[in-house]
Ligand binder design. Structure first.
Ligand code: PAF
Length: 297
């Protein structure tokens, strides 16, 4: 596995790979590191579907709305590289912040100004997808995600890019961004991977104490109960049930529990409003913010 810190060197390598091989499909997995089996499952899928697999590890400052969260985000680069090598990843891109952002872009972030230069003059509107749930609770988050992912796509120019369904709303944002900017990449959504007790795998789980990790089982338990009850209860009954159950755990501070249209992410009040629905939850468990979801139908 080749490690790149420079976008120029990575681009040169990928150009030579493309020129050598007649047809060479490049699969790309953008990450913020602290890799776990969920990320490795994305690498494995890309290995099957592509000729060359590239991963990036970059804790993107522009998508954090809370500076403390950025500082505390787990960083485990050595172990990440070992895991990627073992999984058969061909190249990993680990840029410094200065390799990805100009000082002007960082200054805008510091001043809390949403930088829209990543749209390259086009009008990009995420509509409701960008304003509900994570959009409401983490102002500026999706702008930062779109900003960095569009930059990474311009560097790697992948044929396919892989994202986990744990970040269900992020996936919808990226699909919408690619469509609106007409970026020629296929977005592949991959199943959410869970720990043995049902907790959705996340880099943030590293920050949970063993007690919190144990108690976190109630999150997926609640989501699966909601799924099991969906034919018997109305949407408002399901929401009340889930909120009441999650509130029984004193370590949990619930941010939202929402049942939404699986495509537009618009909150639903009635099943007839959508052909697909997803239940999404965000909460704090101790100091760690977690999200999870389950597709209902
Ligand atoms: O899902 C993540 O890890 C990040 O949001 C991503 C897509 C790598 C962008 O920084």
């Amino acid at each position: 596995m080749i490690i790149f810190n420079s976008k120029f060197r990575l681009k040169t390598y990928l150009e030579s790979v493309r020129n050598q091989a007649g047809k060479c499909e490049i699969g790309f997995i953008p990450t913020m590191g602290a890799l776990h089996s969920g990320h490795i499952s994305l690498i494995n899928t890309a290995k099957v579907q592509c000729d060359i697999v590239v991963c990036s590890i970059f804790v993107n400052p522009t998508q954090f709305n809370d500076p403390g969260d950025l500082t505390n985000y787990p960083r485990t680069i050595e172990n990440d590289c070992k895991m990627l090598e073992k999984a058969g990843c061909d190249a990993v891109f680990i840029p410094e912040v200065s390799e990805m952002y100009t000082s002007h872009e960082l200054e805008l972030k510091k001043q809390g100004i949403e930088d829209k230069s990543w749209t390259e003059g086009k009008t990009v509107d995420f509509g409701i997808i960008g304003t509900v749930m994570e959009g409401a609770y983490r102002p500026g988050h999706f702008n930062g995600v779109a900003q960095v992912v569009s930059k990474l796509f311009r560097i790697v120019e992948p044929d396919k890019a892989y994202f986990g369904q744990k970040d269900f709303q992020q996936l919808a944002i990226i699909k919408s961004m690619v469509k609106q900017l007409e970026i020629p990449v296929e977005i592949i959504s991959c199943p959410l991977v869970r720990e043995p007790n049902g907790l959705a795998m996340s880099s943030r789980n590293e920050r949970l104490t063993s007690l919190e990790r144990e108690r976190a089982a109630i999150i997926s338990k609640t989501l699966f109960q909601v799924k099991a009850l969906q034919k018997e209860k109305s949407i408002s009954e399901l929401k009340s049930f889930a909120e009441a159950q999650l509130k029984t755990e004193p370590l949990i501070e619930l941010e939202y529990f929402e049942i939404s249209n699986a495509e537009t992410l618009e909150p639903l009040t009635d099943y007839s409003q959508a052909t697909g629905a997803v239940a999404c939850v965000a909460l704090k468990l101790g100091k760690v913010r977690l999200i999870d979801n389950v597709v209902l139908y």
